[in-house]
Write a protein that binds this ligand. Structure first.
Ligand code: ARG
Length: 571
Protein backbone atom coordinates (compact mmCIF):
# COMPACT_ATOMS: atom_id res chain seq x y z
CA UNK A 1 0.00 0.00 0.00
CA UNK A 2 1.32 3.37 -1.00
CA UNK A 3 0.02 5.76 1.65
CA UNK A 4 0.78 8.87 -0.31
CA UNK A 5 -1.36 7.73 -3.21
CA UNK A 6 -4.04 6.45 -0.87
CA UNK A 7 -4.18 9.83 0.90
CA UNK A 8 -4.25 11.65 -2.44
CA UNK A 9 -7.15 9.43 -3.48
CA UNK A 10 -9.06 10.34 -0.34
CA UNK A 11 -8.48 14.03 -1.01
CA UNK A 12 -9.79 13.73 -4.55
CA UNK A 13 -12.85 11.81 -3.44
CA UNK A 14 -13.53 14.48 -0.83
CA UNK A 15 -13.05 17.22 -3.42
CA UNK A 16 -15.55 15.59 -5.73
CA UNK A 17 -18.01 15.59 -2.88
CA UNK A 18 -17.39 19.06 -1.52
CA UNK A 19 -16.70 20.90 -4.78
CA UNK A 20 -18.55 18.91 -7.39
CA UNK A 21 -18.80 21.82 -9.83
CA UNK A 22 -15.07 22.66 -9.88
CA UNK A 23 -12.39 21.37 -12.22
CA UNK A 24 -10.27 19.01 -10.15
CA UNK A 25 -6.52 18.42 -10.29
CA UNK A 26 -4.87 15.17 -11.34
CA UNK A 27 -4.08 12.56 -8.71
CA UNK A 28 -0.34 12.95 -9.37
CA UNK A 29 -0.58 16.68 -8.71
CA UNK A 30 -2.34 16.06 -5.42
CA UNK A 31 0.15 13.39 -4.39
CA UNK A 32 3.02 15.67 -5.41
CA UNK A 33 1.66 18.47 -3.23
CA UNK A 34 1.53 16.31 -0.11
CA UNK A 35 4.07 17.28 2.49
CA UNK A 36 5.56 15.34 5.36
CA UNK A 37 5.19 17.57 8.44
CA UNK A 38 8.42 18.12 10.39
CA UNK A 39 6.71 16.95 13.58
CA UNK A 40 4.53 13.84 13.59
CA UNK A 41 2.24 15.53 16.12
CA UNK A 42 1.03 17.44 13.05
CA UNK A 43 0.21 14.25 11.20
CA UNK A 44 1.89 11.91 8.76
CA UNK A 45 0.98 13.91 5.67
CA UNK A 46 -0.21 17.45 5.19
CA UNK A 47 -2.04 18.83 2.21
CA UNK A 48 -1.70 22.61 1.76
CA UNK A 49 -4.90 24.09 0.36
CA UNK A 50 -3.47 27.48 -0.63
CA UNK A 51 -2.97 26.79 -4.30
CA UNK A 52 -6.56 25.60 -4.69
CA UNK A 53 -7.91 28.87 -3.43
CA UNK A 54 -8.08 30.51 -6.84
CA UNK A 55 -9.64 27.59 -8.71
CA UNK A 56 -12.23 26.92 -6.02
CA UNK A 57 -12.83 30.59 -5.21
CA UNK A 58 -12.67 29.93 -1.48
CA UNK A 59 -10.17 30.67 1.25
CA UNK A 60 -7.63 27.91 2.07
CA UNK A 61 -9.13 27.67 5.56
CA UNK A 62 -12.60 27.06 4.17
CA UNK A 63 -11.32 24.50 1.70
CA UNK A 64 -9.43 22.58 4.38
CA UNK A 65 -12.50 22.59 6.63
CA UNK A 66 -14.80 21.38 3.88
CA UNK A 67 -12.43 18.59 2.86
CA UNK A 68 -11.82 17.46 6.44
CA UNK A 69 -15.55 16.97 6.87
CA UNK A 70 -15.73 14.74 3.82
CA UNK A 71 -12.91 12.37 4.64
CA UNK A 72 -13.51 8.99 6.26
CA UNK A 73 -11.18 6.09 5.56
CA UNK A 74 -10.29 3.07 7.60
CA UNK A 75 -6.57 3.56 7.31
CA UNK A 76 -6.81 7.07 8.73
CA UNK A 77 -7.28 7.73 12.40
CA UNK A 78 -8.22 11.33 11.61
CA UNK A 79 -8.01 14.16 9.09
CA UNK A 80 -7.78 17.57 10.67
CA UNK A 81 -8.00 21.05 9.17
CA UNK A 82 -5.44 23.47 10.62
CA UNK A 83 -4.96 26.94 9.16
CA UNK A 84 -5.40 26.01 5.54
CA UNK A 85 -3.66 22.69 5.88
CA UNK A 86 -5.32 19.33 5.91
CA UNK A 87 -3.38 17.07 8.25
CA UNK A 88 -3.67 13.33 7.91
CA UNK A 89 -3.06 10.88 10.71
CA UNK A 90 -2.63 7.37 9.50
CA UNK A 91 -3.88 4.68 11.81
CA UNK A 92 -0.68 3.53 13.44
CA UNK A 93 -1.34 -0.17 13.54
CA UNK A 94 -2.40 -0.20 9.90
CA UNK A 95 0.63 1.86 8.98
CA UNK A 96 3.05 -0.51 10.69
CA UNK A 97 1.32 -3.54 9.26
CA UNK A 98 1.37 -2.30 5.69
CA UNK A 99 4.90 -0.92 5.71
CA UNK A 100 6.54 -3.88 7.41
CA UNK A 101 4.47 -6.28 5.36
CA UNK A 102 5.62 -4.72 2.13
CA UNK A 103 9.27 -4.51 3.16
CA UNK A 104 9.44 -8.10 4.38
CA UNK A 105 7.48 -9.44 1.44
CA UNK A 106 9.69 -7.80 -1.13
CA UNK A 107 12.79 -8.81 0.79
CA UNK A 108 16.04 -7.70 -0.79
CA UNK A 109 14.18 -6.06 -3.64
CA UNK A 110 12.39 -3.70 -1.25
CA UNK A 111 13.11 -0.10 -2.18
CA UNK A 112 13.58 -0.65 -5.89
CA UNK A 113 11.20 -0.33 -8.78
CA UNK A 114 12.15 -1.26 -12.31
CA UNK A 115 12.34 2.30 -13.56
CA UNK A 116 15.72 1.46 -15.12
CA UNK A 117 14.54 -1.56 -17.08
CA UNK A 118 15.73 -1.37 -20.67
CA UNK A 119 17.97 1.59 -19.92
CA UNK A 120 21.74 1.80 -19.87
CA UNK A 121 24.01 3.98 -17.80
CA UNK A 122 27.73 4.31 -18.40
CA UNK A 123 29.71 5.35 -15.34
CA UNK A 124 33.25 6.66 -15.59
CA UNK A 125 34.78 6.36 -12.12
CA UNK A 126 38.06 5.82 -10.31
CA UNK A 127 39.93 6.38 -13.59
CA UNK A 128 43.39 6.16 -12.04
CA UNK A 129 46.65 7.14 -13.65
CA UNK A 130 49.27 4.64 -14.71
CA UNK A 131 52.57 4.67 -12.84
CA UNK A 132 51.07 6.65 -9.97
CA UNK A 133 50.05 5.26 -6.64
CA UNK A 134 46.44 5.04 -5.71
CA UNK A 135 46.04 7.76 -3.08
CA UNK A 136 43.07 9.05 -1.17
CA UNK A 137 42.47 11.68 -3.84
CA UNK A 138 40.94 8.83 -5.84
CA UNK A 139 38.83 7.49 -2.99
CA UNK A 140 35.71 9.56 -3.64
CA UNK A 141 35.51 8.92 -7.36
CA UNK A 142 35.95 5.22 -6.71
CA UNK A 143 33.33 4.94 -3.98
CA UNK A 144 30.76 7.40 -5.34
CA UNK A 145 31.04 5.65 -8.69
CA UNK A 146 30.72 2.23 -7.10
CA UNK A 147 27.64 3.30 -5.17
CA UNK A 148 25.98 4.84 -8.21
CA UNK A 149 26.77 1.68 -10.13
CA UNK A 150 25.05 -0.46 -7.50
CA UNK A 151 22.12 1.94 -7.14
CA UNK A 152 21.41 1.96 -10.85
CA UNK A 153 21.59 -1.81 -11.05
CA UNK A 154 19.21 -2.01 -8.12
CA UNK A 155 16.70 -0.01 -10.13
CA UNK A 156 17.08 -2.32 -13.10
CA UNK A 157 19.48 -0.33 -15.24
CA UNK A 158 22.17 -2.01 -17.25
CA UNK A 159 25.28 -0.39 -15.77
CA UNK A 160 28.64 -0.21 -17.49
CA UNK A 161 31.51 0.72 -15.17
CA UNK A 162 34.47 2.23 -16.97
CA UNK A 163 37.91 2.88 -15.51
CA UNK A 164 39.14 5.52 -17.95
CA UNK A 165 42.80 4.93 -17.23
CA UNK A 166 45.21 7.83 -17.48
CA UNK A 167 47.64 5.89 -19.64
CA UNK A 168 48.74 8.44 -22.18
CA UNK A 169 51.18 11.34 -22.13
CA UNK A 170 54.81 12.31 -22.53
CA UNK A 171 55.58 11.31 -18.95
CA UNK A 172 55.50 7.68 -20.04
CA UNK A 173 58.34 8.37 -22.50
CA UNK A 174 60.36 9.84 -19.66
CA UNK A 175 59.60 6.90 -17.47
CA UNK A 176 60.86 4.48 -20.07
CA UNK A 177 63.99 6.57 -20.60
CA UNK A 178 64.60 6.49 -16.85
CA UNK A 179 63.98 2.78 -16.68
CA UNK A 180 66.42 2.13 -19.53
CA UNK A 181 69.10 4.16 -17.79
CA UNK A 182 68.77 3.25 -14.14
CA UNK A 183 66.00 0.74 -13.67
CA UNK A 184 65.98 -3.01 -13.55
CA UNK A 185 63.26 -5.49 -14.13
CA UNK A 186 63.29 -7.21 -10.77
CA UNK A 187 63.04 -4.05 -8.71
CA UNK A 188 60.03 -2.81 -10.65
CA UNK A 189 58.47 -6.24 -10.49
CA UNK A 190 59.02 -6.35 -6.73
CA UNK A 191 58.10 -2.83 -5.63
CA UNK A 192 55.64 -1.98 -8.38
CA UNK A 193 54.48 1.59 -8.78
CA UNK A 194 56.78 2.87 -6.01
CA UNK A 195 59.81 2.05 -8.14
CA UNK A 196 58.30 3.70 -11.23
CA UNK A 197 57.63 6.84 -9.25
CA UNK A 198 61.22 6.82 -7.97
CA UNK A 199 62.57 6.51 -11.49
CA UNK A 200 60.37 9.32 -12.69
CA UNK A 201 61.39 11.63 -9.87
CA UNK A 202 65.06 10.90 -10.51
CA UNK A 203 64.57 11.57 -14.21
CA UNK A 204 63.09 14.99 -13.59
CA UNK A 205 65.81 15.85 -11.13
CA UNK A 206 68.63 14.86 -13.42
CA UNK A 207 66.95 16.55 -16.36
CA UNK A 208 67.37 19.85 -14.56
CA UNK A 209 71.14 19.44 -14.84
CA UNK A 210 71.05 17.63 -18.13
CA UNK A 211 68.20 18.87 -20.35
CA UNK A 212 69.21 16.47 -23.13
CA UNK A 213 67.45 13.81 -21.08
CA UNK A 214 64.16 15.37 -22.04
CA UNK A 215 64.89 14.68 -25.70
CA UNK A 216 65.46 11.10 -24.75
CA UNK A 217 62.10 11.03 -23.00
CA UNK A 218 60.39 12.57 -26.00
CA UNK A 219 62.04 10.06 -28.29
CA UNK A 220 60.71 7.18 -26.21
CA UNK A 221 57.26 8.65 -26.18
CA UNK A 222 57.40 8.96 -29.96
CA UNK A 223 58.32 5.30 -30.05
CA UNK A 224 55.26 4.40 -28.00
CA UNK A 225 53.12 6.41 -30.37
CA UNK A 226 54.69 4.73 -33.40
CA UNK A 227 54.11 1.31 -31.92
CA UNK A 228 57.77 0.40 -31.48
CA UNK A 229 57.70 -3.12 -29.96
CA UNK A 230 60.25 -2.49 -27.21
CA UNK A 231 58.63 0.76 -26.12
CA UNK A 232 55.20 -0.82 -26.13
CA UNK A 233 56.38 -3.82 -24.20
CA UNK A 234 57.80 -1.72 -21.38
CA UNK A 235 54.82 0.61 -21.40
CA UNK A 236 52.30 -2.23 -21.25
CA UNK A 237 54.29 -3.84 -18.50
CA UNK A 238 54.20 -0.61 -16.44
CA UNK A 239 50.50 -0.59 -17.02
CA UNK A 240 49.94 -4.13 -15.85
CA UNK A 241 52.12 -3.57 -12.77
CA UNK A 242 50.07 -0.46 -11.88
CA UNK A 243 46.82 -2.31 -12.42
CA UNK A 244 47.96 -5.21 -10.30
CA UNK A 245 48.65 -2.76 -7.45
CA UNK A 246 45.30 -1.08 -7.97
CA UNK A 247 43.50 -4.40 -8.19
CA UNK A 248 44.45 -5.14 -4.59
CA UNK A 249 42.81 -1.91 -3.49
CA UNK A 250 39.71 -2.55 -5.61
CA UNK A 251 39.42 -5.97 -4.11
CA UNK A 252 39.57 -4.61 -0.58
CA UNK A 253 36.92 -2.06 -1.48
CA UNK A 254 34.74 -4.53 -3.38
CA UNK A 255 34.82 -2.36 -6.48
CA UNK A 256 34.61 -3.76 -10.02
CA UNK A 257 34.66 -2.47 -13.58
CA UNK A 258 33.34 -3.69 -16.88
CA UNK A 259 35.95 -1.89 -18.93
CA UNK A 260 39.46 -0.55 -18.48
CA UNK A 261 39.47 1.34 -21.77
CA UNK A 262 41.63 4.31 -20.89
CA UNK A 263 43.08 7.23 -22.75
CA UNK A 264 45.42 5.18 -24.94
CA UNK A 265 42.49 3.05 -26.09
CA UNK A 266 41.37 6.04 -28.15
CA UNK A 267 44.62 6.45 -30.08
CA UNK A 268 43.01 5.19 -33.27
CA UNK A 269 39.57 6.59 -32.56
CA UNK A 270 40.23 10.30 -32.57
CA UNK A 271 40.77 10.83 -36.27
CA UNK A 272 37.05 10.55 -37.20
CA UNK A 273 36.16 12.91 -34.36
CA UNK A 274 38.68 15.50 -35.51
CA UNK A 275 37.37 15.04 -39.06
CA UNK A 276 33.79 15.61 -37.88
CA UNK A 277 34.83 18.76 -36.05
CA UNK A 278 36.54 20.00 -39.18
CA UNK A 279 33.57 19.20 -41.42
CA UNK A 280 31.21 21.04 -39.11
CA UNK A 281 33.51 24.04 -39.30
CA UNK A 282 34.14 23.94 -35.57
CA UNK A 283 37.94 23.70 -35.70
CA UNK A 284 39.89 26.91 -35.67
CA UNK A 285 43.58 27.52 -35.83
CA UNK A 286 45.06 29.39 -32.92
CA UNK A 287 48.84 29.92 -32.81
CA UNK A 288 49.32 26.68 -34.70
CA UNK A 289 46.99 24.71 -32.44
CA UNK A 290 43.49 23.50 -33.35
CA UNK A 291 40.78 24.67 -31.02
CA UNK A 292 37.01 24.94 -30.71
CA UNK A 293 36.11 28.50 -29.84
CA UNK A 294 33.68 28.64 -26.92
CA UNK A 295 33.69 32.40 -26.33
CA UNK A 296 29.94 32.59 -26.97
CA UNK A 297 29.38 30.30 -24.03
CA UNK A 298 31.71 32.18 -21.75
CA UNK A 299 34.39 29.50 -21.75
CA UNK A 300 37.99 29.39 -22.88
CA UNK A 301 38.61 27.42 -26.09
CA UNK A 302 38.67 23.62 -26.06
CA UNK A 303 42.11 22.48 -27.15
CA UNK A 304 41.86 19.68 -29.73
CA UNK A 305 45.33 19.44 -31.30
CA UNK A 306 48.56 20.95 -30.08
CA UNK A 307 50.72 22.81 -32.58
CA UNK A 308 52.90 19.71 -32.95
CA UNK A 309 49.78 17.75 -33.88
CA UNK A 310 49.55 15.91 -30.57
CA UNK A 311 46.10 15.10 -29.23
CA UNK A 312 44.96 16.10 -25.75
CA UNK A 313 42.90 14.96 -22.79
CA UNK A 314 39.92 16.70 -24.41
CA UNK A 315 40.45 15.00 -27.77
CA UNK A 316 40.47 11.63 -26.05
CA UNK A 317 37.37 12.45 -24.03
CA UNK A 318 35.50 13.45 -27.19
CA UNK A 319 36.43 10.14 -28.80
CA UNK A 320 35.54 8.28 -25.60
CA UNK A 321 32.10 9.90 -25.33
CA UNK A 322 31.31 9.01 -28.94
CA UNK A 323 32.66 5.49 -28.51
CA UNK A 324 30.53 4.94 -25.40
CA UNK A 325 27.40 6.13 -27.16
CA UNK A 326 28.12 3.93 -30.20
CA UNK A 327 29.08 0.89 -28.15
CA UNK A 328 26.61 0.97 -25.27
CA UNK A 329 23.86 3.21 -26.59
CA UNK A 330 23.54 4.76 -23.13
CA UNK A 331 20.57 6.69 -21.80
CA UNK A 332 22.82 8.37 -19.27
CA UNK A 333 26.58 8.82 -19.12
CA UNK A 334 28.07 9.84 -15.79
CA UNK A 335 31.57 11.16 -15.15
CA UNK A 336 32.46 10.88 -11.48
CA UNK A 337 35.37 13.31 -11.39
CA UNK A 338 36.58 15.98 -8.95
CA UNK A 339 35.03 19.45 -9.27
CA UNK A 340 38.41 20.83 -10.37
CA UNK A 341 37.59 19.41 -13.78
CA UNK A 342 34.29 21.24 -13.95
CA UNK A 343 35.40 23.45 -16.84
CA UNK A 344 36.77 20.50 -18.78
CA UNK A 345 33.41 18.73 -18.66
CA UNK A 346 31.39 21.81 -19.46
CA UNK A 347 33.61 22.29 -22.50
CA UNK A 348 33.36 18.63 -23.43
CA UNK A 349 29.57 18.55 -23.28
CA UNK A 350 29.29 21.84 -25.16
CA UNK A 351 31.55 20.63 -27.97
CA UNK A 352 29.52 17.40 -28.24
CA UNK A 353 26.37 19.47 -28.45
CA UNK A 354 27.89 21.72 -31.13
CA UNK A 355 28.81 18.61 -33.08
CA UNK A 356 25.10 17.92 -33.24
CA UNK A 357 24.97 15.01 -30.83
CA UNK A 358 21.68 15.42 -29.05
CA UNK A 359 22.82 12.82 -26.54
CA UNK A 360 25.22 15.41 -25.13
CA UNK A 361 22.44 16.24 -22.68
CA UNK A 362 22.53 12.68 -21.38
CA UNK A 363 26.08 13.30 -20.16
CA UNK A 364 26.58 14.54 -16.64
CA UNK A 365 29.57 15.52 -14.56
CA UNK A 366 29.11 14.09 -11.08
CA UNK A 367 31.48 16.43 -9.28
CA UNK A 368 32.77 16.00 -5.75
CA UNK A 369 34.96 17.89 -3.28
CA UNK A 370 38.47 17.27 -2.04
CA UNK A 371 39.51 14.85 0.66
CA UNK A 372 42.23 15.91 3.03
CA UNK A 373 43.67 13.79 5.76
CA UNK A 374 43.88 14.86 9.41
CA UNK A 375 43.93 18.49 8.36
CA UNK A 376 46.82 18.16 5.91
CA UNK A 377 46.55 18.70 2.18
CA UNK A 378 47.26 15.87 -0.20
CA UNK A 379 49.83 17.45 -2.39
CA UNK A 380 52.83 15.32 -3.29
CA UNK A 381 55.17 18.25 -2.86
CA UNK A 382 54.12 18.73 0.75
CA UNK A 383 54.94 15.11 1.38
CA UNK A 384 51.42 14.46 2.59
CA UNK A 385 50.29 11.87 0.11
CA UNK A 386 48.19 9.25 1.82
CA UNK A 387 48.11 6.03 -0.12
CA UNK A 388 44.84 4.25 -0.12
CA UNK A 389 46.19 0.79 0.61
CA UNK A 390 48.11 2.15 3.63
CA UNK A 391 45.02 3.94 4.83
CA UNK A 392 42.86 0.83 4.48
CA UNK A 393 45.37 -1.37 6.26
CA UNK A 394 45.65 1.11 9.08
CA UNK A 395 41.87 1.25 9.31
CA UNK A 396 41.74 -2.53 9.58
CA UNK A 397 44.39 -2.52 12.33
CA UNK A 398 42.61 0.15 14.29
CA UNK A 399 39.27 -1.61 13.95
CA UNK A 400 40.94 -4.80 15.09
CA UNK A 401 42.23 -3.09 18.23
CA UNK A 402 38.77 -1.76 19.06
CA UNK A 403 37.18 -5.15 18.49
CA UNK A 404 39.82 -6.86 20.67
CA UNK A 405 38.81 -4.53 23.43
CA UNK A 406 35.03 -4.51 22.97
CA UNK A 407 34.39 -8.08 21.88
CA UNK A 408 37.35 -10.21 22.92
CA UNK A 409 35.40 -13.44 22.34
CA UNK A 410 34.25 -12.72 18.83
CA UNK A 411 35.01 -15.42 16.28
CA UNK A 412 36.63 -14.45 12.95
CA UNK A 413 37.90 -11.15 14.34
CA UNK A 414 40.14 -10.63 11.32
CA UNK A 415 37.29 -10.78 8.89
CA UNK A 416 35.14 -8.45 10.99
CA UNK A 417 38.04 -6.01 11.45
CA UNK A 418 38.40 -5.89 7.67
CA UNK A 419 34.70 -5.20 7.19
CA UNK A 420 34.59 -2.57 9.92
CA UNK A 421 37.88 -0.83 9.07
CA UNK A 422 37.17 -0.53 5.39
CA UNK A 423 33.52 0.18 6.02
CA UNK A 424 34.50 3.09 8.26
CA UNK A 425 36.61 4.69 5.53
CA UNK A 426 34.01 4.21 2.81
CA UNK A 427 31.13 5.36 5.00
CA UNK A 428 33.01 8.47 6.02
CA UNK A 429 33.81 9.28 2.42
CA UNK A 430 30.15 9.01 1.42
CA UNK A 431 28.65 10.72 4.45
CA UNK A 432 28.58 14.30 3.25
CA UNK A 433 26.97 15.86 0.26
CA UNK A 434 29.47 14.96 -2.45
CA UNK A 435 30.35 18.50 -3.44
CA UNK A 436 31.68 19.32 0.04
CA UNK A 437 35.37 19.10 0.84
CA UNK A 438 36.02 16.61 3.60
CA UNK A 439 38.75 16.15 6.14
CA UNK A 440 39.32 12.55 7.08
CA UNK A 441 40.13 11.91 10.71
CA UNK A 442 40.40 8.56 12.45
CA UNK A 443 38.62 9.94 15.47
CA UNK A 444 35.48 10.68 13.46
CA UNK A 445 35.59 7.75 11.04
CA UNK A 446 36.01 5.02 13.65
CA UNK A 447 33.85 6.34 16.46
CA UNK A 448 31.46 3.52 17.33
CA UNK A 449 28.99 5.98 18.84
CA UNK A 450 29.06 8.65 16.17
CA UNK A 451 27.42 8.95 12.78
CA UNK A 452 29.75 6.38 11.34
CA UNK A 453 30.00 3.12 9.47
CA UNK A 454 30.93 1.15 12.60
CA UNK A 455 27.90 2.59 14.43
CA UNK A 456 25.54 1.47 11.67
CA UNK A 457 27.25 -1.90 11.32
CA UNK A 458 27.03 -2.36 15.06
CA UNK A 459 23.31 -1.58 15.00
CA UNK A 460 22.82 -4.09 12.21
CA UNK A 461 24.72 -6.71 14.22
CA UNK A 462 22.54 -5.91 17.24
CA UNK A 463 19.40 -6.54 15.17
CA UNK A 464 20.95 -9.81 13.98
CA UNK A 465 21.64 -10.82 17.55
CA UNK A 466 18.07 -10.07 18.66
CA UNK A 467 16.80 -12.22 15.79
CA UNK A 468 19.24 -15.03 16.57
CA UNK A 469 17.96 -15.18 20.12
CA UNK A 470 14.42 -15.34 18.82
CA UNK A 471 15.04 -18.13 16.37
CA UNK A 472 12.04 -20.44 16.26
CA UNK A 473 9.74 -17.91 17.93
CA UNK A 474 6.35 -17.78 16.24
CA UNK A 475 5.67 -14.46 14.46
CA UNK A 476 2.52 -15.56 12.66
CA UNK A 477 0.11 -13.42 14.68
CA UNK A 478 1.65 -10.04 15.29
CA UNK A 479 -0.30 -7.35 17.07
CA UNK A 480 0.65 -4.26 15.11
CA UNK A 481 -1.09 -1.99 17.60
CA UNK A 482 1.94 -2.75 19.79
CA UNK A 483 3.94 -0.61 17.36
CA UNK A 484 1.86 2.51 18.00
CA UNK A 485 4.42 4.14 20.28
CA UNK A 486 6.45 6.99 18.80
CA UNK A 487 9.73 5.02 18.82
CA UNK A 488 8.35 2.13 16.81
CA UNK A 489 6.56 4.57 14.54
CA UNK A 490 9.76 6.46 13.80
CA UNK A 491 11.37 3.25 12.65
CA UNK A 492 8.38 2.33 10.52
CA UNK A 493 8.31 5.76 8.93
CA UNK A 494 11.98 5.52 7.92
CA UNK A 495 11.42 2.11 6.42
CA UNK A 496 8.53 3.53 4.46
CA UNK A 497 10.73 6.35 3.17
CA UNK A 498 13.52 4.05 2.00
CA UNK A 499 12.26 3.68 -1.61
CA UNK A 500 11.91 7.45 -2.01
CA UNK A 501 15.36 8.08 -0.57
CA UNK A 502 16.91 5.63 -3.01
CA UNK A 503 15.07 7.17 -5.93
CA UNK A 504 16.33 10.64 -5.03
CA UNK A 505 19.85 9.29 -4.56
CA UNK A 506 19.81 7.91 -8.10
CA UNK A 507 18.19 10.97 -9.64
CA UNK A 508 20.64 13.35 -7.98
CA UNK A 509 23.64 11.03 -8.21
CA UNK A 510 23.96 11.51 -4.46
CA UNK A 511 24.94 8.39 -2.47
CA UNK A 512 25.21 10.48 0.71
CA UNK A 513 21.41 10.40 0.92
CA UNK A 514 21.68 6.66 1.49
CA UNK A 515 24.53 7.05 3.96
CA UNK A 516 22.51 9.55 6.00
CA UNK A 517 19.52 7.29 5.87
CA UNK A 518 21.60 4.49 7.39
CA UNK A 519 22.41 6.69 10.37
CA UNK A 520 18.80 7.85 10.77
CA UNK A 521 17.48 4.31 10.72
CA UNK A 522 20.21 3.03 13.04
CA UNK A 523 19.50 5.81 15.54
CA UNK A 524 15.76 5.24 15.39
CA UNK A 525 16.18 1.51 15.87
CA UNK A 526 18.50 2.01 18.85
CA UNK A 527 15.96 4.29 20.48
CA UNK A 528 13.22 1.76 19.83
CA UNK A 529 15.39 -0.96 21.31
CA UNK A 530 16.18 1.08 24.38
CA UNK A 531 12.53 1.94 24.99
CA UNK A 532 10.91 -1.37 24.09
CA UNK A 533 11.77 -4.86 25.17
CA UNK A 534 11.48 -7.18 22.20
CA UNK A 535 11.25 -10.58 23.89
CA UNK A 536 8.20 -9.88 26.04
CA UNK A 537 5.77 -12.61 27.10
CA UNK A 538 2.78 -11.29 25.20
CA UNK A 539 3.10 -13.18 21.87
CA UNK A 540 1.40 -10.56 19.66
CA UNK A 541 3.63 -7.73 20.85
CA UNK A 542 6.72 -9.90 20.69
CA UNK A 543 5.92 -10.95 17.14
CA UNK A 544 5.32 -7.37 16.00
CA UNK A 545 8.61 -6.17 17.51
CA UNK A 546 10.48 -9.07 15.95
CA UNK A 547 9.05 -8.27 12.54
CA UNK A 548 10.14 -4.68 12.93
CA UNK A 549 13.62 -5.84 13.89
CA UNK A 550 13.73 -8.16 10.90
CA UNK A 551 12.78 -5.32 8.55
CA UNK A 552 15.43 -3.05 10.07
CA UNK A 553 18.10 -5.68 9.60
CA UNK A 554 17.11 -6.22 6.00
CA UNK A 555 16.90 -2.54 5.09
CA UNK A 556 20.13 -1.57 6.87
CA UNK A 557 21.98 -4.36 5.13
CA UNK A 558 20.63 -3.34 1.74
CA UNK A 559 21.36 0.34 2.31
CA UNK A 560 24.93 -0.45 3.36
CA UNK A 561 25.38 -2.66 0.32
CA UNK A 562 24.25 0.18 -1.93
CA UNK A 563 26.99 2.45 -0.59
CA UNK A 564 29.57 -0.32 -0.78
CA UNK A 565 29.82 -1.19 2.91
CA UNK A 566 29.63 -4.73 4.25
CA UNK A 567 27.36 -5.73 7.13
CA UNK A 568 28.82 -8.32 9.51
CA UNK A 569 26.25 -10.33 11.45
CA UNK A 570 28.27 -10.30 14.66
CA UNK A 571 30.56 -7.62 16.00
N1 ARG B 1 42.62 10.21 -14.85
C1 ARG B 1 41.96 11.44 -14.55
C2 ARG B 1 42.47 11.98 -13.21
O1 ARG B 1 42.97 11.24 -12.41
C3 ARG B 1 40.48 11.31 -14.45
C4 ARG B 1 39.79 10.88 -15.71
C5 ARG B 1 38.32 11.12 -15.63
N2 ARG B 1 37.59 10.63 -16.76
C6 ARG B 1 37.54 11.20 -17.94
N3 ARG B 1 36.84 10.63 -18.89
N4 ARG B 1 38.14 12.34 -18.18
O2 ARG B 1 42.34 13.17 -12.97
Amino acid sequence: MDFKTAVANEILTAMRQAFSEAELPEIATVAGALEVPPDTAMGDYAFPCFKLSKALKKSPVMIADALAGAIHADFLSKAEAVKGYLNFFIDRATYAEKVLGLALNEGEAYGADNSGAGKTVVLDYSSINIAKRFHIGHLSTTMIGNSLYRLHKFFGWRAVGVNHLGDWGTQFGKMIAAYKRWGDHDTVAASGVDEMVKLYVRFNEEAKENPALNDEGRAWFKKIEDGDPEALEIFNWFKSVTLKDAERVYEMLGVTFDSYAGESFYNDKMEPVIEALREKGLLKEDAGAQIVDLTDWGMPPALILRSDGATLYMTRDLAAAKYRKDTYDFDKSLYVVAYQQDLHFRQLFKVLELMGYDWAKQCEHVAFGMVSFEGGALSTREGHVVYLDDLLHQAIDKARAIIDEKSPDLENKDEVARQVGIGAVVFFDLYNNRIKDIDFTWERALNFDGETGPYVQYTHARACSVLRKAEGVDTANPDFAALSDPFSQDVVRLIEQFPDILKSAVNRSEPSMVTRFCVDLAQAFNKFYYENKVMVDEPGTRAARLLLTRAVKQVLRQALYLIGVEAPERM
